[in-house]
Design a protein around this ligand. Sequence first.
Ligand code: G6P
Length: 608
Amino acid sequence: MCGIVGYIGAQPAAPILLDGLTKLEYRGYDSAGISVYDGKDIHTVKTKGKIKELRAMVHDGQDLLGTVGIGHTRWATHGAPSDINSHPHTNASDTIAVVHNGIIENYLELKKRLQRRGYHFQSETDTEVVTLMLDYYFNGDILSTVVRVMHRLEGSYALGILNKDNPDEIIAVKKDSPLIVGLGEDGNYIASDIPAILKHTRKIYILEDGEIVRLTKDSVTVYNADLEEVDKEVTEIQWDVSAAEKGGYEHFMMKEIHEEPKAVRDTVNPRIRDGEVFIHELRMTPQQIRRISKIFIIACGSAYHAGVTGKYVIENMARIPVEVDLASEFRYRDPILDKSMLAIIISQSGETADTLAALREARRQGVRTLAIVNVVGSSIAREADDVLYTWAGPEIAVATTKGYISQLSALYLLGLHFGRTLGRLDDAVYHEMIDELQVLPEKIGRLLEQKEKIQYLATQYIGLKDVFFMGRGIDYATALEASLKLKEISYVHSEAYAAGEMKHGTISLIEDGSLVVGLVTQEHLYGKIISNIVEVRTRGAFVLAVTNEDNKEIEKNADYVFYIPKTHRNFTGLLAMIPLQLFAYYVAVAKGCDVDQPRNLAKSVTVE
Ligand code: G6P
């Protein structure tokens, strides 16, 4: 999704903006641009394509002199990717430049009004409306003009605004799209996300919806929508710059896969005390847990797949009914909710627009919300009643790996906690699972040591057009995520099936040489899934099975077997996912795809 960066200070702005935009590349984008005020005028350079093209156009920033500026990476919503639709958007006299993340929902109505007043639009974007509204209402003071315009905008927006008549300041606004302010020694910053400014400062303000900021080179003032000053707390970023760098790996994705043992350890270990799960940040009392009649797990993308696993795991451990919903469906399907229910909201970024809206809907209807989130201080983390952070650290590759794995870990902890509180888990089984959770990192490490095997296999399959993943129970949830991983980064068409469903239609696609990945980790379902494997093999499929290390029998039925270390059956989804993430990665690399920034995708989807 779109990325914003802004700087005002003593240093040349353009290199800082370009560097910040590069750090935001992971969010996914199709064009980029910057505006810099050079002491006389605002100069804007923007282009469709990658930041390296923008860099070349401005000779790494040397062509744009000045110490105040804003920059943007655009992920097209209104209007195709093009030079003219790229941000910043300026008015006819080039006195106002605007960068925007989000969607102005009433832009057509505002556009018509401006057109009636004689304004001409250059682009097809909703953002240009903001620029021209600022032009129309401009009263000499950019701050009060922004407030006036803000009241007329509907939708979501993080904005960064530069004005030639108020050249010593940047104005920024946040509503339903992420924006932070960085407080530096030699100037101040705005950005969509921390990595963009981490090199310069660790002190940030996390803006709330409706807040407006005025940045000068040596001051930052935050206001509410009535222009009253707001006291903000400084958040100190703990993680290191190196956490957002590749650290010797060719791609962020590979680095992040290798960080999975740590992500699991950091998520699990602090929540185990004296052999018991102890989720210290959870404010739900045992009495409140006992009153839960039903759980909704709500999320998008991979987080939704983690939720599907969560359903199996929580129902098994705690015997509470769980329904899993895609956030984009939940918010509009008029769900039947009451106060005895709990909504678990899962999001790596904590900013996904649909997930945030679903959280708000659940809260509006009086349902208690518990968020499983990775980004500290994100909107979902702030708005939920309880937050269980997944300590995976910053995830840069668009395709989530360690984020997903740590979400599973958090769900395991919750299942154990609820099951124990409700007395639904046998003592020995409970302790066995806790011990098992703590050795998962070491078992992931063992799987990573075998990555060459997966690499070899992946290179055999780069010519593939279709891949089918199938499994039953938890293995079905893993199949969903494995299939998404493969298609999103390697552009190979893939589908995931509950194995019992294959013969209700999809089996007609199986022919000689089709690749079917069979997930076979649920011992009580071995017989069933093997029958499904036999069915596709008889029709010519090549079967790759992922199974437990003691299931050697499978070799009779599969063409290739990848073994995962033995673990409790509730946790196999975590281990089985590691080789399948690697498989997707190696296929994508072998095909020469842009692994970390797949086409058309965004890391954090902040629009509906
Ligand atoms: C995007 C990302 C996915 C992610 C999904 C939900 O589509 O590319 O990797 O699973 O959003 O994101 P969230 O931040 O809410 O987990």
